[in-house]
Design a protein around this ligand. Structure first.
Ligand code: AMP
Ligand code: ZN
Length: 445
């Protein structure tokens, strides 16, 4: 089925066609592994997962999906430093070596991240690669060299900066986001990875070495510039290396439109002479009481927090499907619990399909499938797709359906599970109602 997607570049819904026949190449900005990801972050990864699954199952494409691991940036370095308050004893003992400390911190949280996304139903086998930034330093340096050679970057005090004013002479800077150029002054530089649109200035590609931080040697046309990459250049280099340019789809949360993705476009285009991707797809925020869930606002829950409060990761996965990815998801515990009920409602219906029964009602399962797939093909409209499913379940009792309809429904749920990965497709297991003797005795005591 033809897939339509909202493209943040054209700001319209477009019909999707891969650059390379039947293969979709997709890059998702992954986690910064300085702490456990919160469920706002998880929304971004679940959105990317949904998109790649819809492309496979509804669009019938092959997908090459890459999600990077940001294991070097301002925050990972901050929290890995000797004496950092964020250091946990589970990470091991800190050393005098900043590289080693960074490695221990980021590997610890990378492992936690992989555990979390697996619990959330992301199948690691669907990922073609999860590149770590520190393994692509050469490619980043190569790209910086190209940008400098093409006249769009310069060295200052041992760091390399992208020259926004120079780039704007013949190119648009602000393709994903309306930018505020009032404060842009040639030669004013910004060194941090994150900054606001009012702070548009020359951004850093390579940061000069600091005393207690990890660094790599960098020979830039004969000049020695020990240091480390800026955050934006990491993605530009890794996506080119692993997917080739232009690839088809780049995903991330809307907060990444600026500066991260805008800077990625400027870097890739000025260095490689080509746009990185054709489609830019962004998910909206998961909010708490009207505010983006964020570590900096201290209004966040990790998946581990929710599990300890009795929430099943699949409740979170299913809850994300209840709202369109481009609308704000308002997180509440009641909302998540309500979604659990909805998930169970479908599950009970599925269990019933596996029971022997002698119903005779024929339902039009082809039409149901077509309606659900059409909604998914229409910019991943999961709430409407699920509404079709619920209205079917409300209209039919599984036990009254003919065997043929039941078999067709089971087939449909198999392909829906390839997308939603949420239901158990088998007969309900008898619960063991007999209390084991030792438990009984413990309860007595
Ligand atoms: P980070 O680890 O901070 O680089 O973020 C990882 C991903 O989570 C990025 O795609 C962000 O845009 C996304 N993200 C961060 N906060 C939220 C939120 N509250 N809701 C949805 N996505 C978010
Ligand atoms: Zn990125």
């Amino acid at each position: 089925m033809e897939i339509k997607l909202y493209n943040s570049l054209s700001k319209t819904i477009e019909t999707f066609k891969p650059v390379d026949k039947n293969l979709v190449r997709m890059y998702s900005c992954g986690p910064t592994v300085y702490n456990y990801a919160h469920i706002g972050n998880m929304r971004a990864f679940l959105f990317a997962d949904l998109l790649q699954r819809v492309l496979r199952v509804v669009g019938n494409y092959q997908v090459r999906w890459v999600m990077n691991i940001t294991n070097i940036d301002d925050k990972t370095i901050r929290d890995s430093k000797l004496g950092s308050n964020f250091w946990l004893k589970e990470m091991g003992t800190q050393t005098e070596n900043p590289h080693e400390n960074l490695r221990m911190l980021t590997e610890f949280y990378e492992k936690g991240f992989l555990e979390d996304i697996s619990l959330l139903g992301i199948n690691l086998k669907h990922l073609y690669s999860m590149p770590k930034a520190t393994e692509y330093i050469n490619q980043m340096q190569e790209l910086i060299r190209k940008i400098v050679d093409n006249g769009f970057a310069y060295v200052s005090a041992g760091s390399v900066y992208f020259n926004v004013s120079e780039w704007r002479k013949g190119n648009t800077y602000g393709r994903l986001f309306n930018l505020d150029f009032d404060n842009l002054k040639a030669g004013t530089r910004i060194d941090t990875d994150q900054y606001e649109r009012e702070q548009v200035n020359d951004f850093v590609l390579w940061k000069a070495k600091k005393e207690d931080e990890p660094y790599w040697d960098f020979d830039l046309n004969g000049e020695s510039l020990p240091g480390r990459p800026g955050w934006h250049i990491e993605c530009s280099a890794m996506e080119k290396e692993l997917l080739g340019l232009p690839f088809d789809i780049h995903t991330g949360g809307i907060d990444l439109k600026f500066p991260h993705h805008e800077d990625e476009i400027a870097q890739s285009h000025s260095g490689y002479g080509i746009d990185p991707t054709v489609f830019w797809c962004h998910n909206e925020f998961l909010e708490v009481e009207g505010r983006k869930m964020a570590k900096s606002f201290n209004n966040f829950f990790t998946l581990r927090d929710l599990i300890s409060k009795g929430i099943d990761p699949l409740d979170v996965r299913f809850a994300m499907f209840s709202t369109h990815y481009a609308s704000t998801y308002n997180f509440t515990f009641d909302g998540i619990k309500g979604q659990r009920k909805a998930r169970y409602r479908v599950q009970e219906f599925i269990y019933e399909l596996f029971e022997e029964s002698t119903g005779s009602i024929h339902a039009n399962i082809d039409e149901l499938k077509n309606n659900i797939f059409s909604e998914l093909a229409n910019d991943l409209h999961t709430p409407k797709a699920l509404a079709n499913l619920f209205s079917f379940i409300n209209n039919y009792e599984a036990k009254n359906l003919s065997n043929e309809s039941k078999q067709k429904l089971i087939e449909l749920f198999k392909s829906l599970n390839d997308i939603f990965e949420i239901w158990t497709l088998e007969k309900k297991k008898e619960e063991n109602k007999q209390i084991p003797q030792d438990i009984y005795e413990l309860a007595q005591q």
